[in-house]
Design a binder for this molecule. Sequence first.
Ligand code: PLP
Length: 400
Amino acid sequence: GPTLAHRLEGLPAPATIEMARRARELRAEGHEVISLALGEPDFPTPAVAIEAAHQAALAGKTKYPPVDGTPELKAAVARKFSRENGLDFAADELMVSNGGKQVIFNAFMATINPGDEVVVPAPYWVSYPLIARMFGGVPVHPVCDEADGFSLKPERLAAVMTPRTKWLVLSFPNNPTGGLCSEDDLRGIAEVLRAYPNVWILSDEIYEHLVFDNNRFTSFAAIAPDLKDRIVTMNGVAKAYAMTGWRVGYAGGPKRLIAAMRSVQSNATSGVCTVAQAAAAAALDSPPDLIRDMVVTYERRRNLMVAALRNIPGLTCANPAGAFYVYPGIAGCLGRVTAGGRRLDTDTDFAMALLEEAHVATVPGSAFGLAPYLRLSCATTDAALKEACARIEGFIRTLK
Ligand code: PLP
């Protein structure tokens, strides 16, 4: 029959799909499954954003938008970058896309030739290596260790850079670990990059506001202004404003690259839904207490999770500096056998058995390139988190 494109050959299906399928089955059988598998805020979208979308639709803002974003949203993005990140971008250095994800897709499609290496520190959000591979890119994964708070150490980066390196992806606060890179480490990373003038840098700052304790987030482009002509600073409204379904992300970067990304997007989608852009502009211009209230809640949940998990023998648990995940290590549980007779050789075995026997859905660390861990999302109620931890504890305490 008709064939598919070579570029899709060997692209693995996301590891989470089988887990999600099994969780649905268990629910259909009447089991109460708690899911800590989703990377999605559990808050509603702020009313100001919804109201702005409604008004935009009533005002007739329902025609094709400019490919790179409405002037209103681009202006709000420019204000946001200046106010929150100390970054100044002209209009032709900014663009709006269908989620942060399309920023990455545009940027990689516009730049990657087959064989180009894309450095994605592990553990990572899976879309970076998968998108890179669609264009023949070769992902390279230096490791961010638990012992380093899951930060990227400059010497780890230096060890993987080659003349074929095309991109470095920086993604802090990190999905899946919640790890943050210190300003010192970011300065060290910038120093490594100065020796490689042909490398683009993607700074994915989508979790920037979700930072706890006395940690402080700083944009990479603000740390290394001399590298600004090769940095794409990416962000979006999905995580900060609980707007995952609106599909609005944005980027600031050098004019030459933004123009190439705009041309990719022009052929792919013609731009972003107009009413969603109006909603995003209202969110970006809203008072900061909207986000602050959510951060207080995420921090309380993180504290609850870390305390509960550290109490369970067989687990290690770093204290995440940001985002809404915890990433406990399960090395102490490997080689053991569950009450239901399942042998745990990998974190995937662990996650699957935990789902089958304790009805808690998680994602194994191997899906993110660093095993043996579990990613637990804290984006659910305190009660669900407490019950999930109790079930995890029961599951581990009955291992043989
Ligand atoms: N970057 C990271 C690190 C993410 O975790 C996600 C979503 O899971 C995104 C980007 C994508 O965000 P968007 O929904 O804006 O495409």
